[in-house]
Design a protein. Structure first.
Length: 340
C-alpha cells in the first residue's frame, strides 16, 4: 500500500544536532572553569586551564618561579617537614609564584631539599617564603638545644629570682651581677690603741652610717634562648577533709645560655638567695661583641687608704702594728711612710 506524502515523518538536519553538541560542550567547559577557581577538582588540572594561563600544579605561569612558603605558623627551633608546607584546603603544597628578580632580591629558597629538614632560627608566620637567614646551620638538632650557642650551657630560671629578665626576647644579650649587703661592725676598733686609735674608731663609726654591699659579676654576655613562659608545677597540699591533694601553681620561667664556667657561680648565688640583677646589652649589630664584661667595684676602705693585700699604692694610708704587752695584744695604727 502506498504511503501518503502528508504522513511522511520529518527528520532534523544533521547540522542542527552538531550545533547542539558544540553549544553544550562550550557551556560545560566554562562551567568547569568557573568551578575550578573555587573548588578542587582532581581530574580538572589539565590542558584547558593551562591554555587559559591559570596557575596549575603542573608548573608556574610563564615568567614566574615557584617558591615554597610556610602553610602555618612555625615555632623557633622546629625542624621543617612536608606537613609544614602542605596546604590542606587546596590539597597541594603552599607555593608562591615570584619573578626571578624578586627571588634574587629576597634570597628566597626555591628547592624543597633546601627547606625540608632544616631547623628554624626564630618563629616563622604563615604565608612567608624561606631564606637562609631563617635557619640554623645544617646538622643542628631540633628542640631547646638548638638555640644554645656553641660553648655555652642553658639554665631554666624562675624570673622572680632575678630582676630584669622580664621583657627579654630570644637572642638578646645580657650580663648578671650579684649583690650582698654588708654592715661594718662599730666595735671593730675597740682593741686598737696608740695615738691614731681614737681617730680610726671614729672613722669606722662614720663609715657604718650607710649600708654597703659587695657586688660581683656572675655572667658576661649571656643569651636568651626562649622567652618567658608560664609552666604549671605540681604542688602537694595536705588538707583536713581530702587528705593529700596534688594541685598546680603557675611558674614563669625563662631559658638563658651562659658560659660553662659561669654555671656554678650563678647556681650558687641562686641557692644562697642572693639578689641577682640582669643587665641587658645593646641590641644593635656588633654591639655585644666588643663590649667588655662588668668589673667589680673596688672595696670602699676609707680607713686604710692603700693598705691591704694586693694594693698597688705605697703612699699614705695606715699600717697596723701588733703590740704585745704580757697577755694583752693590741693593734696600733701608724701612718704609712713613703718609699724612697
Amino acid at each position: 500500500m502506498a504511503v501518503s506524502p502528508t504522513r511522511r515523518s520529518r527528520a532534523f538536519p544533521w547540522w542542527t544536532v552538531l550545533l547542539c553538541v558544540v553549544v553544550l560542550g562550550v557551556g560545560a567547559a566554562f562551567l568547569l572553569l568557573a568551578l575550578g577557581n573555587t573548588l578542587t577538582i582532581p581530574w580538572f588540572n589539565g590542558p584547558l586551564v593551562l591554555a587559559l594561563g591559570e596557575r596549575t600544579e603542573e608548573g608556574p605561569p610563564p615568567g614566574r618561579v615557584g617558591v615554597p612558603i610556610s602553610a602555618r605558623g612555625l615555632p623557633a627551633y622546629h625542624q621543617l617537614t612536608r606537613d609544614d608546607l602542605w596546604n590542606p584546603q587546596a590539597q597541594r603544597l603552599a607555593v608562591a609564584y615570584l619573578t626571578p628578580e624578586q627571588v634574587e632580591r629576597t634570597g628566597a629558597l626555591t628547592e624543597l631539599r633546601d627547606v625540608i629538614g632544616r631547623v628554624l632560627d626564630h618563629d616563622k608566620p604563615a604565608g612567608y617564603a624561606f631564606t637562609e637567614r631563617d635557619f640554623l646551620p645544617k646538622g643542628t638538632r631540633p628542640g631547646l638545644t638548638a638555640g644554645i650557642p656553641p660553648g655555652k650551657r642553658a639554665l631554666r630560671i624562675d624570673v622572680s629570682r632575678i630582676d630584669g629578665l622580664v621583657g627579654l626576647n630570644p637572642g638578646d644579650h645580657f650580663d648578671m651581677l650579684s649583690s650582698v649587703p654588708i654592715e661594718l661592725d662599730t666595735n671593730m676598733t675597740r682593741d686598737m690603741g696608740g695615738v691614731f686609735g681614737r681617730q680610726l674608731q671614729i672613722q669606722a663609726a662614720l663609715g657604718t652610717l650607710r649600708e654597703q654591699a659587695r657586688v660581683s659579676p656572675l655572667v658576661s654576655n649571656g643569651v636568651v634562648v626562649t622567652p618567658m613562659q608560664t609552666r604549671s608545677v605540681p604542688l602537694a597540699v595536705n588538707t583536713l577533709t581530702q587528705g593529700l591533694v596534688t594541685r598546680t601553681r603557675p611558674v614563669q620561667e625563662i631559658v638563658v645560655a651562659v658560659d660553662s664556667h659561669e654555671v656554678a657561680p650563678l647556681a650558687e648565688a641562686l641557692a644562697l638567695e642572693m639578689r641577682v640583677l640582669c643587665v641587658p646589652r645593646s641590641g644593635q649589630p656588633g654591639a655585644h661583641d666588643e663590649d667588655p664584661a662588668p668589673s667589680p667595684r673596688a672595696p670602699n676602705w676609707p680607713l686604710w687608704g692603700g693598705v691591704g693585700e694586693g694594693s698597688e699604692s705605697s703612699e699614705g694610708g695606715m699600717s697596723l702594728v701588733e703590740t704585745i704587752d704580757g697577755s694583752d695584744r693590741v693593734l696600733t695604727p701608724v701612718p704609712r711612710g713613703r718609699d724612697r
